[in-house]
Design a protein around this ligand. Structure first.
Ligand code: GLC
Length: 715
């Protein structure tokens, strides 16, 4: 069948004037226009909507197949039939990478590109044209159920980590699909909630990751969010799509709706939807002709209400992507589950796990330990299949307990106690606590692994925590974990606590009783290996928080100043640009652990800051020294503070970062630069970017609160 299609395609292309492969390459636009002129309106419209749960429509007659898409942001999802039912094949297990927030916690741009290459290669191997990731929505509240898929509270970190990821994916001949455009920062009422954001906040906080995706990474497609933005649905929003994406950013890629995010034919035709996916219109049997960009759209064109040129523009963009993907010449065949893919998963986990506290207990020394007790349901729980659309059928998943068993072998005896059971009742289990306490008395060290789980049972019905379609109620430690941790500490002071999950938990009630604390996010298929390597010093921790850790969700600006999740289907981001550390630092509020924070097993010193500037950039260089006896990596962070500002701006903003690996007792000069245009603020008054004259303080350190070098530049 494929051969017939191919011959047919060559015949058609020949007919419409494409005489050879060569001519196709050189005047692709002309080929596309010739193809379009040979299409009927019905055929064009077929390209504009789904023909399956994860495939857009094609044109059999012209040998044009629909674009094949797949979730998710950290691994290729199961093969799905036409109606979202998983296929029964067993050849679709893949690399389960750490989730987005784990990747951003590495602050390693190059690693982001490696991550994207793995994802792109595995998508290609599985016959996908578009991978539905990265998720780059700003973490506005710790409650959002999809924070685990996203990158940061900060637009610069989100942008830079997203760019690497997208470049990596697209280097494999697969389109990334950057999502969810825009301001999809909660799951409650995500399909209808109307988000109200002022222009400065939109431009400075919620757009930059998408802007960088298009302008720096040349993203081939963007996914329109479910929510409304200033009262118009994002997937067909005149201002967001026609004005910002198309006119301002010159985006010539595809705007693909989220699944079921199109609600109006005329708006979809006029406001930029290129492909309508997933609209179920509450149909028993999905009839794709009943989609908005289908029969009703044809009728509008035939009745002269809509200019067919609008349809041609969409078809043109779709065919450009089709040819981009089809013409891509791979240097070698794409494969899934390569050892080097698993190695990338391990490295992202090792560099993404954040060491938050260490009272001289880590790294553990194998030689001085006879018996370890591992406590916690998350020491044995696997997470890959959970979380919603980002689920992954992992080839394997090394749990923390397995990782410890693999690492220690018979050298150290390891016992295990579940300690708590995730139940909907969310209460402690005294019997399990007592079992853990009895075992803890006999151990040299207790390693606790707890925190969040994605959801209990069916996410669409059960309680969802770190999961799509639901937000958390608070960030309290669930299932009696706080009591368990504190009682364990009474029995055995050598307590190391690891929290797994897509955002922080409340810590004040137990953190003083733990000698060490790590946050492991969802560290993917090699998470258990990575955790053991860090606990026993095979790897020196280098992860840094991509979000502020406060003790309660009520301390976050979205809840103090803003609305979350809003009411009457309206949510207004009154906190404006004061998201995350921009709020805590500007309002001088002490978080539990600040944005950009993470400990190492070695120490670093920052010396001799030199600043200068030219027409376009501020240039800085300084000396970074690993003053300890262990090889490690430091994330150098550069924040900018405008002295005596007269406008609405945060007291500091991240404007540059780099991850520098340094062997023990070595030093190196670090050179960085900040485009002066990055120091602008967006004025709601003049409705454009402006550079405020005056003095800017350049702050260099290894967290938003740990600044070691300062300098001033006058602009
Ligand atoms: C989901 C998600 C989106 C996903 C899509 C396809 O509802 O919002 O991230 O890629 O639908 O599963």
């Amino acid at each position: 069948m494929k051969l017939i299609k191919l011959l047919l395609k060559i015949l058609i292309l020949t007919m419409v004037g494409c005489t050879s492969n060569k001519s196709i390459d050189t005047n692709r636009e002309q080929d596309i226009d010739n193809l379009i002129s040979s299409m009927t309106l019905k055929e064009k419209m077929n390209l504009l909507h789904a023909s399956g749960s994860f495939q857009s429509g094609g044109i059999e007659r012209l040998g044009i197949e629909g674009l094949i898409m797949s979730d998710g942001p950290h691994g290729i999802r199961h093969e799905n039939g036409n109606d979202y039912v998983k296929d029964s094949i067993d050849t679709d297990s893949v690399t389960y990478l750490p989730t987005g927030i784990t990747l951003s916690s590495t602050w390693n741009k190059e690693l982001g590109e490696e991550f994207g290459k793995v994802l792109g290669a595995e998508a290609k191997a599985r016959g996908k044209d578009i991978i539905l990731g990265p998720g780059v929505n700003i973490i506005r509240s710790p409650l959002c159920g999809r924070n685990f898929e996203y990158l940061s509270e900060d637009p610069h970190l989100s942008a830079k980590m997203g760019v690497g990821y997208i470049k990596g994916v697209q280097s494999q001949g697969v389109s990334a699909c950057v999502k969810h455009y825009v301001a999809n920062n909660q799951e409650v009422n995500r399909g209808t909630v109307n988000v109200n954001v002022d222009e400065q906040t939109l431009r400075e906080i919620y757009l930059p990751a998408f802007k960088a995706a298009i302008e720096e990474a040349n993203a081939y497609s963007i996914m329109g969010a479910y929510n409304r933005f200033r009262s118009e649905f994002c997937s067909h929003n005149d201002y967001l799509v026609n004005e910002i994406l198309r006119k301002e950013m010159g985006f010539d890629g595809l705007m693909i709706s989220d699944w079921g995010a199109v609600h109006d034919t005329k708006q979809a035709l006029e406001n930029g939807t290129d492909i309508e996916m997933g609209t179920d219109l509450k149909m028993d049997i999905i009839d794709y002709n009943k989609f908005y960009l289908a029969d009703s759209a044809i009728a509008m064109v035939e009745n002269g209400l809509i200019d067919e040129a609008l349809v041609d523009d969409k078809v043109r963009r779709i065919l450009k992507l089709v040819f981009k993907i089809r013409d891509f010449k791979r240097t070698e065949e794409a494969k899934t589950n390569l050892p080097q893919h698993q190695q990338v998963a391990l490295q992202v986990a090792e560099e993404g796990i954040v060491l938050l506290k260490n009272e001289e207990i880590l790294p553990l020394r194998k030689a001085s330990i006879k018996k370890i007790l591992v406590v916690g349901d998350n020491a044995t729980r696997k997470h890959a299949e959970e979380g919603g659309s980002s689920q992954v059928k992992a080839l394997y998943e090394v749990t923390p307990l397995q990782g410890l068993n693999n690492y220690l072998g018979d050298d150290v005896s390891i016992d295990y106690a579940q300690g708590y059971i995730p139940t909907l009742e969310n209460k402690a289990n005294e019997q399990l606590i007592l079992e853990a306490l009895n075992k803890a008395e006999l151990a040299d060290v207790v390693i606790y692994v707890g925190g969040w789980i994605h959801n209990i049972g069916d996410m669409w019905k059960g309680k969802a925590y770190d999961c799509e379609a639901g937000d958390k109620a608070n960030i309290d430690l669930l299932f009696g974990q706080q009591e368990l941790i504190n009682r364990l500490a009474e029995v055995n002071g050598n307590l190391v606590v690891t929290i797994v999950g897509g955002s922080n938990v409340s810590m004040s009630g137990w953190m003083d009783n733990a000698k060490a604390i790590l946050h492991a996010w969802y560290p993917g298929m090699e998470g258990g290996t990575a955790l053991s390597n860090i606990l026993f010093g095979e790897v020196c921790p280098s992860g840094k928080l991509p979000m502020t850790f406060a003790d309660s969700h009520e301390e976050y600006p979205a809840h103090v100043i803003g609305e979350f999740p809003g009411e009457n289907d309206e949510v207004t981001y009154n906190e404006g640009i004061l998201v995350g550390y921009r709020y805590f630092d500007t309002k001088h509020i002490e978080p539990v652990f600040p944005f950009g924070f993470g400990l190492s097993y070695t120490t670093f010193s920052f010396q001799d800051l030199q600043l200068n500037k030219n027409q376009d950039n501020i240039r800085l260089n300084f000396i970074l020294e690993n003053t300890g006896s262990i090889d490690g990596a430091e994330v150098v962070q550069v924040y900018v503070h405008k002295k005596d500002t007269k406008v609405n701006r945060a007291t500091k903003e991240l404007k540059a970062f780099d991850k520098i690996k340094l062997t023990a007792n070595s030093k190196q000069q670090v050179n960085m630069q900040i485009p002066i245009s990055d120091l602008q603020y967006f004025s709601n008054e003049s409705n454009r970017w402006e550079l405020e004259p005056g003095e800017y303080e350049i702050l260099v350190g290894n967290s938003s609160r740990d600044i070691f070098l300062k300098g001033t530049i006058a602009l």
